[in-house]
Design a protein around this ligand. Structure first.
Ligand code: SF4
Length: 367
């Protein structure tokens, strides 16, 4: 049963130098053809799981990710949604870049059924936004947030980054104050990781911009956790915080290793233990449609209920996952418990507070 649908929009106005997502800055002229290809993909009877009767009543979440889905016009969004029986879908999310949507567009998106907006803010400090190569300013973030509220969005998420090159603890505290002043329903917080030897890493070195050290980075994370908790957010996943009942239910499906279907360039799917992903080429996707765009070589068998993937995805959740998922991994769990990184509740195994800060050490055991 498919309850979660992901639609990838791989276009951006400009490629951010740290970005590893499948997104292209010089292909906006292909959006219209891409929209048609997406529509055909979801209608194709060759598609492994055509969107049919089953999905009509069962789609619980649809997520437009990117790339920059807010580059779509309302008409293009309408076209993509047209073959999908989505009216009863409780959560339809769309990622936005603050410089690519205004009140009119957001109002149209809302009227089409999008009810959750995810704003890629990353920082409220213009100097850091510039270093990150973002196309928007702090003012744009405030503007899109106000526009979104006026357009009727009652569920808004904001993405923030920390441990930025040259960022001080005080600057990060200001970012936290700014985000709390906006009072979104959801916050995602990621640390910036850049390979030293990458082009971006070398550029930062040449500019004399150093990353905060490990202790400062941990202090930033801890400060965010405490500030968000005080403001009433539940820390439900390592990088995610939500007001009551405002968790991102689409992303929860990933962490709980549920079935989901990905449409579009580079989109991944997980269906009954089978994993597959689509071609990363926009041209190929447009040219051949989704049915033949699926790269079957990437299939991975994860049918075991005790799969390592189920464990390390599930351990990202602060509540952890049921103990029976760890069958066959008793030795690893015992070791991690002794190191103070995992703990047991009556039903689950989860990260300790120490484990939260050293999660990669935990995940390594299950990769
Ligand atoms: S806007 Fe987002 S998806 Fe596009 S290049 Fe920047 S980080 Fe990547």
């Amino acid at each position: 049963m498919i309850e979660h649908l992901y639609i990838h929009i791989p276009f951006c106005r400009k490629k951010c130098p740290y970005c590893n997502f499948i997104s292209y800055a010089d292909k906006e002229n292909l959006i219209e053809e891409y929209v048609t290809a997406l529509t055909l993909s979801s209608q194709s009877s060759d598609f492994p799981l055509p969107l049919g009767e089953g999905l009509r009543v069962r789609a619980k979440t649809i997520y437009f990710g990117g790339g920059t889905p807010s580059l779509l016009t309302p008409n293009q969004l309408k076209t993509i949604l047209s073959p999908i029986p989505y009216i009863l879908t409780p959560e339809i999310s769309l990622e936005t870049n603050p410089a690519t949507a205004d009140f009119e567009k957001l109002h149209e998106f809302r009227k089409l059924g999008v009810n959750r907006l995810s704003i890629g803010a990353q920082s409220f400090n213009n100097r850091h936004l510039k270093t990150l190569g973002r196309i928007h300013s702090a003012k744009d973030i405030h503007k899109i947030f106000d526009d979104a509220r006026k357009a009727g969005f009652e569920n808004i998420g904001i993405d923030l980054m920390y441990a930025l090159p040259g960022q001080t603890f005080e600057e990060f505290k200001k970012d936290i104050q700014e985000i709390l002043r906006l009072d979104p329903e959801h916050i995602s917080l990621y640390n910036l990781e850049v390979e030293k030897n990458s082009a971006f890493g070398s550029r930062l070195t040449a500019l004399g911009l150093r990353f905060p050290d490990n202790d400062t980075e941990a202090d930033m994370f801890e400060h965010a956790i405490e500030s968000f908790a005080k403001a009433g957010y539940k820390h439900y996943e390592i990088s995610n915080f939500a007001k009551k009942d405002c968790e991102c239910f689409h992303n929860l499906a990933y962490w709980l290793n549920k079935n989901y279907l990905g449409i579009g360039v580079g989109a991944h799917s997980h269906v009954d233990g089978r994993r597959f992903s689509n071609t990363e080429s926009v041209e190929k996707y447009i040219g051949c449609g989704c049915a033949t765009g699926i790269d079957r070589r990437k299939q991975v068998d994860v049918s075991s209920p005790a799969s390592r993937e189920t464990i390390f995805m599930g351990l990202r959740l602060l509540d952890g996952i049921p103990k029976d998922k760890f069958q066959g991994f008793e030795k690893e769990v015992e070791e991690l418990k002794q190191q103070g990184l995992l703990e047991e509740t009556s039903t689950n195994i989860k990260l300790t507070k120490k484990g939260l800060f050293l999660a990669n050490l935990v995940f390594e055991k299950f990769v």
